[in-house]
Design a protein around this ligand. Sequence first.
Ligand SMILES: [Zn+2]
Ligand SMILES: [Zn+2]
Ligand SMILES: [Zn+2]
Length: 201
Amino acid sequence: YHIQYFDEPTYKYHLCYCSTLEQMESMNRFNSRYVVTQRVDGNFLIDIIDKYSGRYHKEDSLYKLNVCINCLKKLRNTYPHDSLFSYRRFDLDQFLTGYNTKHIKRPQYSEKTIPKDKYSENWSDISNKMRSRAEYKCSKCHESYKDDKAQLHVHHIDGVKWNNNINNLKVLCIDCHSKEPGHFGISRRNNSFNGKFVRNL
Ligand SMILES: [Zn+2]
Ligand SMILES: [Zn+2]
Ligand SMILES: [Zn+2]
């Protein structure tokens, strides 16, 4: 199987409440996955974490990120007479000088206050409790995994590992779990290889 390592982050930074953020919010992925920042130089503080091992490749590193094209599109529509909002012409300095950057909606955390993307210490207890309470049945296909509990996972709906709010957790079998957004790498093969981590995504 194949594990993807990112040498360079693929995150984008946003300038307004664009269609991407709207879509993320509709999937409950806005509030705890985006941060407000005061940075003005186009460099952003990020962690690069391997998706399947949880290993931190980089922690609190400054990276130059690209601007979100849906933000540019929205701003182009709002300010049709300003040629700044084309992908090639865009300049962050010029934008910050000329425009108010008040977002319509702000996520609750800044890059300094957001918890690290890690599981809480009592996570394995929570995961065990959730699965036992579900009687080891997948909440989607209702298959029983009583005899093969390792194939039954607890999924974080918003993709945030520390968000153990009961409404954010879903007991899913490995096959149903692999169909959740961004989970294409989960398979029976890497479950046995690195199950402990994959099970808890
Ligand atoms: Zn955007
Ligand atoms: Zn299932
Ligand atoms: Zn998951």
